[in-house]
Design a protein around this ligand. Structure first.
Ligand code: NA7
Length: 546
């Protein structure tokens, strides 16, 4: 059945990562709907299926970075606080066993066309390998990193050594020992690749355009016994994570940076720093992401701590400059273990490509604007993604009039609640545009939005609503809300993928909901609990005004 070329289902889901698998389980096993997933890759796991570059590792600690399903966590334990990709792949194997997922997934099936047919009130979804699905509900769970970003450097295809984008690293691995490795990009990915390949004995050159204001991970080995003992707290923990801004077990402290004395600040920062992980970002003073003066305090502490770890003065000024390259925390900080010590080694190099950008890739290496030609055996492209919107704009998604979503979103993004779109009836998406996506822990965001989708479909069925479609007015109002929440913060002032600023030609706008999970959840249920406010239903417009 999974492999039939033509299928008729209640729900067609795209993507078998955290989001798609969550919805498959809930809609199939709780609501009893007939569900299938189309997945472009060969296995479950989403980004963890694609990511196997050296050092690929999650930056959120377990057990926060996992499903809240007891069926899944009750007999699963991890070996590290921040697991690597191999263990995350094992986790998805376990998820498959616990929830019986794979029987309803068609792999190697990349969606190339999807449109709602108004006559039959069904979505028609087609894949590159020739499958067609007809479905009552269409759910998009392609994640925020479904489309890779390759800068258009001259000669990009001419390199004769090995060159891989981070999310297309060969599964069999690449032997880097003793090799000259170029890492282009210093997002979360670039930092991990540089750190790991250096540990593996490569001679690493990092090409950095913007410093990553990376935070100490403080990795820990875990034992099964203490994890098992802690499981009595899991149910509460998974409830509580939804009540915080970013879906973590901690939240911003209810105090202002400058209301503490310098000594108190030093002590408070020190405590967060010692805890490691994102606490210095997301458990700090609650004005850090909103106020420049407060933010500068955080930056100065970061720079002081980080500069002290780098002996080479030139590298120190590139990796951790005295003057902030941007407001602290307005780009995603990577979690590192010994990135700075590794980069400090004399055999490794850091190149400032803000000062002298890359102009050409040659058969043997990389040329920068200062005329230098550096030679390499391996180039790792850690240049990121057409983040957040790229995936959905790239799958032949048509509205009821045949207009592609890429066209609809050409000058900016319009969604309602970051879950639905006008012109796309009975389509839901999660972990994408104008949702809590980039500002929340993945599994928390997925379960927050996924639960709402389950509730919406349940209500539709109970009330015999055949077709649900967001109104244009509701989209305008949601877009306004997304921008308002963002404009309170320092995010808009920084060029980042959060703002669509990493891909040339992409509109610059906030792509994520910056008001935090609780405010987001409230907005979603304000619609659902008020008779689908902001939607039209098959019975006619329920409420035109939001
Ligand atoms: P990111 O965070 O988008 O990082 C991409 C990096 O590549 C970043 O340092 C960019 O510099 C750099 N880049 C991109 N294009 C260019 C060009 N043309 N020239 C020079 N440098 C360039 O992607 P990641 O894969 O690291 O992480 C994505 C998310 O996945 C991450 O945030 C986590 O949430 C998981 P820039 O900073 O734009 O100056």
């Amino acid at each position: 059945e999974t492999y039939a070329q033509e299928i008729d289902v209640d729900v067609l889901i795209v993507g078998a990562g955290f989001g798609g698998v969550y919805l498959l389980h809930r809609l199939r096993d709780e609501l009893g709907l007939k569900c299938k997933i189309f997945e472009a890759g060969q296995d479950l796991g989403g980004i963890w299926h694609w990511n196997c570059y050296p050092g690929a590792r999650v930056d959120t600690q377990i057990p926060i970075y996992e499903y809240s399903f007891e069926k899944v966590w009750k007999d699963w334990t991890w070996s590290e606080k921040y697991p690597g990709y191999a263990e995350l792949r094992e986790y998805f194997k376990h998820v498959d066993k616990a929830l019986d997922v794979k029987k309803d997934v068609a792999f190697n099936s990349r969606v190339v066309h999807a449109q709602f047919d108004q006559a039959s009130k069904k979505w028609i979804v087609k894949t590159e390998d020739g499958r067609t699905a007809r479905a009552g509900y269409f759910i998009n769970a392609v994640g925020f990193a479904a489309k890779r970003h390759f800068p258009d450097w001259k000669g990009l295809d001419s390199f004769k050594g090995e060159m891989h984008h981070s999310s297309f690293w060969p599964d069999s691995g690449v032997d880097v020992k003793g090799k000259r490795v170029a890492v282009i990009g210093t997002g979360s990915t670039g930092v991990q690749i540089a750190q790991e390949t250096s540990r593996d004995g490569a001679k690493v050159t990092v090409f950095q355009r913007t410093p990553n204001l990376a935070l100490p991970m403080r990795q820990e080995k875990l034992n099964p016994e203490s994890q098992q003992a802690n499981k009595k707290n899991y149910a509460q923990l998974y409830k509580d994570r939804m009540k915080t801004f970013a879906g973590f077990p901690y939240d911003f402290a209810k105090k202002k940076t400058m209301s503490d004395t310098p000594e108190e600040r030093e002590k408070f920062y020190g405590k967060l720093w010692e805890k490691g992980g994102f606490e210095f970002w997301l458990a700090t003073y609650d004005d850090m992401l909103y106020d420049m003066e407060a933010n500068r305090q955080a930056y100065d502490y970061w720079a002081k701590k980080t500069r002290a770890r780098i002996q080479d003065p030139r590298k120190r000024d590139i990796l951790a400059p005295v003057e902030p390259p941007h407001a602290f925390g307005t780009k995603r900080p990577s979690l590192e273990q010994d990135f700075y010590e590794q980069m400090d080694k004399p055999e490794n190099e850091v190149v400032d490509i803000k000062a002298a950008p890359i102009t050409e890739i040659t058969e043997t290496g990389i040329i920068t604007a200062d005329g230098q030609h550096r030679e390499f055996d391996i180039i790792a492209l850690a240049t990121g993604f057409d983040s957040v919107t790229g995936g959905m704009k790239n799958m032949g998604l048509k509205d009821i009039n045949g207009v592609d979503l890429a066209e609809k979103w050409k000058l900016g993004t319009w969604t309602y609640l970051g879950i639905t779109c006008n012109g796309f009836p009975n389509m839901f998406f999660l972990y994408g545009a104008q949702g809590p996506t980039a500002f929340a822990n993945g599994p928390s965001a997925v379960e927050c939005q996924g639960e709402w989708i389950v509730d919406a479909i349940t209500k539709m069925r109970k009330e015999n609503v055949e077709v649900l479609e967001a109104t244009k007015e509701a989209e305008e109002a949601w877009r306004k809300k997304v921008m308002e929440e963002s404009d309170k913060t320092l995010f808009p002032g920084t060029s980042s993928w959060y703002m669509g600023a990493n891909v040339p030609g992409k509109p610059r706008e906030q792509l994520n909901f910056a008001g935090g999970l609780p405010m987001y959840t409230e907005a979603c249920y304000d619609s659902l609990d008020n008779n689908f406010k902001g939607f039209t239903t098959a019975k006619g417009r329920v409420d035109e005004m939001m």
